[in-house]
Ligand binder design. Structure first.
Ligand code: ADP
Ligand code: MG
Length: 559
């Protein structure tokens, strides 16, 4: 038999959607306090929020007429018309949090308008609401939620330990504290302070407060507009990369959200500077017109739907890439070229390799400024040189690989890789299993700058290579690419990874002795590319010491 459920039961079922655990209550109440324009918010919890969640604010308050209906489902002051759903500028709008919370707890709401002589209190006892009564209280609103789920035993059973529930509440309030640095937000548990923040702080102060200087000192500021979206916040430098997402914060119009596409766009930008297995640290605020996004797709509003997802993806990717490129230049540009000079007594003789290298520089056409910073090559792996600020050590392979990759990718993305005809074509043999795909393989190879054509049933002939890689052994390059193509992977990602591999293959190796000219051309080239501070796998290319750091190391100061 079908029957309409009683209201009380409807409310309790609906409460399950919004209120899944104490942290969800905390979230709804703090959102309400922020929507009310509060500058000071206190959150008091007992036993992980199970016994008590109390949120006090100094916001605009609620008048008597509104208090009479505040616990009704779909009672809200934030929207009134269908069209409003497309322009939501407040955190709340569904008008169901207080109704839901009240249905599954004993909730008391006390509120006083700023200019009123007294306030009023109203209670919702598991769905039974009492009329507002006058009471003395400061301006603003206090909501006390006691004994959550006392009347929903199955829910109660699913609550975790106090410590676990508390940790969810802390995570929730932390997000608000980061997104609203102007608001003083404090959190207490069992009468002890968990954290207190000051009003009118900057986002950076807040980050330092929560995560320490270790994080706040290694951030790249992001500020600007891209495709109509305003960006504010910070990206963590690659060395902050970690294995979890606990320091990845995304806010959209002041709302903490999780969004796969935005995260993917950030990961894509970070791939230039950080190993892929690590997750980036970020505190990023996106601000866009409310009608570009639907926040009404998830009961707790943590997931949203963008009207134009592709636009958001490219705006985020572009912004992040630019910011990271700025923060990740090698320090080689620090010294004006007139300061270049050769050491009179090099630690290791800087002889130019006569045989082996066909050209005196690593990059044709970049022989410049016939002077040099004092530098030496050590262990045939690193170049050590002076900078304006101190000294730097370059990993020759990592830097060269990055330079080649950037050049290659630049050409690839802007109309095609420049080719260098080989005087003598080279051939590579395909494994039997690949022979059937020989035509396809030749197309892919040509696409990444190795002009290839079938030469018999299972042999490929390569007649040109990317001009940027002309120093490399063409057979080795072709072998590398064929092996990669054989092991699968298709599309743009696969092509980019081929460019990586080719750059790596063609770069000078640790153990290659480089002469003055080679080293110099490496440093000159580094000044002209993005991301010169990191190799394409995310390892640093350069380690720099300031003079102050050197003085510290040698105890020249304070002794
Ligand atoms: P919503 O936030 O979606 O509107 P809620 O159930 O959370 O729905 O709150 C209902 C209404 O109660 C709000 O629209 C607002 O007018 C009022 N309200 C709730 N909490 C506060 C508060 N702390 N300060 C001022 N008004 C509040
Ligand atoms: Mg609300």
């Amino acid at each position: 038999m079908i029957q309409i459920l009683p209201n009380e039961l409807i409310d309790r079922i609906a409460a399950g959607e919004v209120v899944e655990r104490p942290a969800a209550v905390v979230k709804e109440l703090v959102e309400n306090a922020l929507d009310a324009g509060s500058t000071r918010i206190e959150v008091h919890l007992e036993t992980g929020g199970k016994r008590l969640i109390k949120v006090t604010d100094n916001g605009q308050g609620i008048d008597l007429d509104d208090l009479k209906i505040v616990f009704l489902r779909h009672s809200t002051s934030k929207i009134s018309r269908l069209e409003d759903l497309e322009h939501i500028a407040s955190l709340g709008f569904r008008g169901e949090a207080l109704a839901s919370i009240g249905a599954v707890s004993v909730t008391r709401l006390t509120s006083r308008l700023g200019d009123a002589a007294e306030g009023y209190a109203t209670e919702n006892h598991g769905g039974r609401v009492s009329a507002p009564k006058p009471t003395g209280c400061p301006p603003g609103t206090t909501v006390e939620v006691r004994n959550l789920f006392y009347n929903v035993p199955p829910r109660l059973k699913f609550l975790k330990t106090d410590a676990t529930e508390l940790s969810h509440c802390v995570a929730c309030v932390t997000r608000f504290a980061l997104a609203y640095p102007e608001t003083a937000i404090s959190l207490f548990h069992n009468a002890k302070t968990v954290f207190k923040t000051h009003a009118r702080a900057s986002e950076l102060d807040r980050i330092a407060g929560f995560f320490g200087e270790e994080v706040s000192g290694k951030l790249i500021p992001v500020e600007g507009e891209e495709l109509g979206i305003t960006f504010k916040g910070y990206l963590g430098k690659p060395e902050l990369g970690r294995r979890d997402l606990r320091k990845s914060y995304l806010f959209l119009n002041g709302r903490y959200i999780k969004d796969r596409a935005v995260h993917a766009a950030l990961r894509r930008a970070y791939r230039e500077v950080m190993p892929e297995k690590l997750q980036p640290v970020y505190f990023l605020n996106l601000i866009m017109p409310p009608d570009w996004v639907d926040v009404n797709v998830h009961p707790t509003k943590i997931e949203v739907r963008f009207l134009d997802g592709a636009r958001v993806f490219s705006a985020v990717y572009k912004t992040a890439r630019t910011a990271l490129a700025g923060g990740e230049r090698a320090h080689v540009a620090a010294v004006p070229s007139s300061d270049y000079s050769f050491p009179s007594q090099p630690m290791q003789p800087l002889v130019r390799e006569q045989q082996g290298l066909a050209e005196p520089t690593l990059f044709a056409g970049e022989r410049e400024v016939p002077s040099s910073k004092p530098f030496v090559q050590v262990h045939k792996t690193y170049a050590v040189f002076e900078t304006d600020e101190g000294m730097a050590i370059v990993d020759q392979h990592a830097l060269h690989e990055r330079i080649l990759y950037e050049k290659l990718r630049g050409e690839y993305e802007t109309g095609g890789i420049q080719l260098q005809q080989l005087l003598v074509p080279v051939t590579v043999d395909l494994e039997a299993s690949l022979a059937a795909k020989i035509e396809e393989i030749c197309v892919d190879m040509t696409h990444v700058g190795l002009r290839a054509e079938p030469f018999g049933p299972s042999t490929v002939k390569i007649s040109a290579v990317p001009a940027v890689l002309r120093r490399a052994d063409p057979h080795g390059l072709a072998r590398e690419v064929v092996d990669r193509l054989g092991s699968g992977g298709k599309g743009e990602e696969a092509y980019q990874s081929l460019l990586h591999r080719m750059a790596c293959r063609a770069a000078v190796k640790a153990g290659d002795r480089l002469g003055v000219e080679e080293l110099k051309s490496l440093l000159v080239a580094a000044e002209k590319i993005e991301f010169s501070g990191r190799c394409p796998h995310g390892r640093p290319t350069t380690v720099a010491f300031t003079r102050a750091e050197l003085e510290e190391l040698f105890k020249r100061r304070g002794f």
